[in-house]
Design a protein around this ligand. Sequence first.
Ligand code: DNO
Length: 360
Amino acid sequence: MRMVFRWFGQYDRIPLKHIKQIPGVEGIVWALHHIPVGEEWSMEDILEVKKQADEYGLNIDVVESVNVHEDIKLGLPTRDKYIENYKRTIEKLAKVGVKVICYNFMPIFDWTRTDLFKPLEDGSTALYFERAKVENMDPKELVNKISKDPQFVMPGWEPERLKHLSELFEAYKNVGEEDLWENLRYFLEQIIPVAELNDIKMAIHPDDPPWTIFGLPRIITNKEGIRRLLSLIDSPYNCVTLCSGSLGANPNNNIPEMVREFIDRIPFAHIRNVKVFKNGDFIETSHRTSDGSLDIYEIVKAYHDNRFTGYVRPDHGRRIFDEECRPGYGLYDRALGIMYLWGIWDSLEKARQEEKYASD
Ligand code: DNO
């Protein structure tokens, strides 16, 4: 596994020199967050990120995300213009050696939580989702809550775009799950050939949480959805970002089983733990297996058994040690998460070598 770390560039308080000091991290997971969704990325800005990463010997192989314009998800006639921009962006990213683009196909909202700093028993805070609250909430209230801190624009919660919330909801009134599948197919039919030519894997991120919210359709929520996505275009470039925490919020999703089934189409993995409660609420925890509902050991083992050579990032972390940080994306807990993942991986590796010597 190749360890990478999400970095928000000019919007990040964490300097690259600190990322470089986390054992085994070879690259950053990045994006041009200042470019409005749908616009073509500029080569100048891309090269600037490359220059900064080069200075610390970090690669820029994984981009998360090149976001998909709402008109594409809605299937509007204007989508073609945005799809062309997307293709040009892929071509430019290939020029600097990008290998994976993570994206998602969630209507309006990206990942959703009801609380960004929910206290845990140990005094740390974490991202929290209260199911009943969302079911009874006006989406505007949620937008105000999540995008209120101008210091930390949350990925997928750009205030500019969400200003038009009522129009967006209106536009989705007649878009059901099957329409969304159809619009995803249309997008991929055009994008995947360009990705193939440019040797970049397109890795869709599952819906987070993996169920419908505010009546909006969500389709990448379980193994059947992932199977359907992969069969829409049968190309090794049509892939998935297997996010354990997103899918794991539904206890019916068996993550190690999914890793084993989809391994050839997982160029990028997000690994984190989540504690799921009986009523459907969940809270993010440390990466350690005993702290959450997911067996992180079994997940890493599923990758190790399959000799996984793709990219992995620790996913959200708690806010610990009083760090002033973007919710979910502090330095400390993600660094601890990485060490836990390496601990599991290295033990498995050692055991494999010992077994090999014993049988030689
Ligand atoms: C949240 C992230 C998501 C993810 C996108 C991918 O922290 O996991 O915002 O980056 O869904 O497009």
